[in-house]
Ligand binder design. Structure first.
Ligand SMILES: NC(=O)c1ccc[n+]([C@@H]2O[C@H](COP(=O)([O-])OP(=O)(O)OC[C@H]3O[C@@H](n4cnc5c(N)ncnc54)[C@H](O)[C@@H]3O)[C@@H](O)[C@H]2O)c1
Length: 436
């Protein structure tokens, strides 16, 4: 079976399935289609499936112009989307890119992975390569996914090939692509690694084999924990600089001139997105089950999740200096996406900042060129068009996301008071600028 799969991959006769066509799965499906494979993408969201089969993308990193030629003729092209798992029956390899959020309790929610495994088990996976890409805690692939996928008498590495390969995509980034970003792959056996490396070697320049799925799972969590902890550290440096009356950005930028042994991270209004605030919690949860406290993770989470409160305290102080209260003040949030140049608002610190301001009675609006409306746990706001008049009307403008298209000179010139959490305003204008 291994030889047959390897031959099909080499000749591009292999049909590739992708489960979950979101920020991770859609670019992956496009990459396999562009590498010459027929691709079947399955998603439970019928709206996404219909859009894709019309050549309409909903992910910034995949423009319609790239997608449309692949799904040409109403879904009869090399890439086809479906809401039906049965369409994966005849595929040779399947990559799983379903969500792995946290539950309300803060515990990992791997129900999407379990659901995908049970659906695939019903189809039968004999002869297939199955690769889990969803970020998860060490042990998921072998202890949770594999037992649900396997049917009687199937041997891994002989009848079916299983690996974990974490996704490193960074939506909005253009300097690295799927092809130029090395990809870690941990197969359950040497044969699993061989088949997975052969498949992913067609879309990435440098596959990086590791000894097991659990190692690959831990690699991803180390990468994102590294970011969460370093952001936590630099956010605490910002809190300390505030007390010392120093400019945290000046300190970081000067430290970053050291040519070795230092990597700059910058303070901000808190963590956002689907990865950095959440993935380390998968690791700390797993360690709790082993009676161990992941102290760096817990501390970084505490500092980072406090940052929206800190931003609001800066706003309150700045308004107070002008004899104004938060209650009744008109506040504009500039940028609600969790990072520049994307429309993703998941876990965005802007949401917490808006909640905190509304609780205190501020009249909050937002402007974000990438986000039309924000509806989240009691917040229901429409994007307000950007203008000099709008800026002049506001008692305070809070810069939360540094989108490239913002006219910072106009913000500096027209806004009376800016609380800039991103150090975006570099020029002196009419009003006051308060940095974190
Ligand atoms: N977004 C990122 O930047 C990023 C980067 C690296 C890793 N990841 C990880 O990749 C995984 C996917 O993340 P994403 O951002 O692409 O999520 P997403 O929400 O954008 O996409 C997931 C898709 O899966 C679909 N889906 C849900 N349950 C399904 C099921 N049972 N069967 C089929 N489809 C199903 C959803 O409808 C959605 O379209 C997560 O584990 C995430 O942590 C995300």
């Amino acid at each position: 079976m291994k030889e047959s799969l390897l031959n099909k991959i080499a000749s591009r006769e292999a049909v590739v399935g992708v489960v979950g066509l979101g920020y991770v799965g859609l670019p992956l499906a496009v990459a396999f289609a562009e590498a010459g494979f027929s691709v079947v993408g399955v998603d439970v969201d019928a709206g996404k499936v219909a859009a894709l089969n019309r050549g309409k993308s909903y992910i910034e990193d995949v423009p319609d112009g790239q997608l449309a030629p692949l799904v040409s003729e109403g879904g009869n092209g090399r890439l086809r989307a479906s809401a039906n798992y049965a369409d994966l029956k005849a595929v040779d390899a399947i990559s799983i890119c379903v969500p792995t959020p946290l539950r309300k309790t803060g515990d990992p929610d791997i129900s999407y992975i379990i659901n995908a495994a049970e659906n695939l088990a019903r189809l039968g996976c004999k002869g297939k390569l199955v690769v889990l890409e969803s970020t998860t805690y060490p042990g998921t692939t072998e202890e949770i996914f594999w037992p649900r996928l396997v049917t009687d008498g199937m041997e891994v590495g002989r009848d079916v090939f299983l690996a974990f390969s974490p996704e490193r995509i960074d939506p909005g980034r253009t300097d690295y692509t799927i092809f130029t970003t090395p990809k870690v792959i941990g197969g359950m056996t040497a044969a699993c690694n061989e088949v997975a490396l052969a498949l992913y070697g067609t879309i990435v320049q440098q596959p990086v084999p590791v000894s097991s799925p659990a190692t690959a799972e831990m690699v991803k969590l180390l990468e994102n924990t590294f970011r969460a902890v370093n952001i936590g550290l630099v956010n605490e440096v910002a809190l300390m600089c505030d007390k010392l009356n120093l400019d945290a950005w000046e300190v970081v930028e000067a430290a970053a001139t050291k040519p070795y042994g230092f990597m700059p991270f910058y303070p901000g209004p808190g963590l956002g997105g689907h990865c950095i605030p959440i993935d380390p919690m998968y690791l700390s949860w797993k360690l709790r089950t082993l009676n161990y406290t992941a102290r760096f993770i817990e501390l970084a989470a505490e500092i980072n999740s406090h940052m929206p409160d800190y931003v609001v305290s800066k706003v309150a102080d700045a308004l107070n200096d002008e004899c104004k209260s938060v209650k009744g003040s008109k506040v504009l949030i500039l940028g609600v996406a969790y990072k520049p140049n994307v429309s993703d608002v998941r876990e965005s610190p802007a949401i917490d900042i808006i909640h905190l301001l509304q609780e205190r009675g501020a009249v909050v609006q937002f402007h974000d060129p990438c986000v039309e409306d924000l509806s989240h746990e009691g917040i229901l706001l429409q994007n307000t068009p950007f203008s000099a008049e709008l800026l002049r009307e506001m008692d305070c403008v809070i810069v939360v996301t540094h989108h490239d298209v913002f006219d910072w000179d106009m913000v500096a010139a027209e806004a009376r008071l800016v609380v800039d959490t991103r150090h975006a305003i570099k020029v002196k204008g009419a009003g006051r600028v308060v940095y974190l």
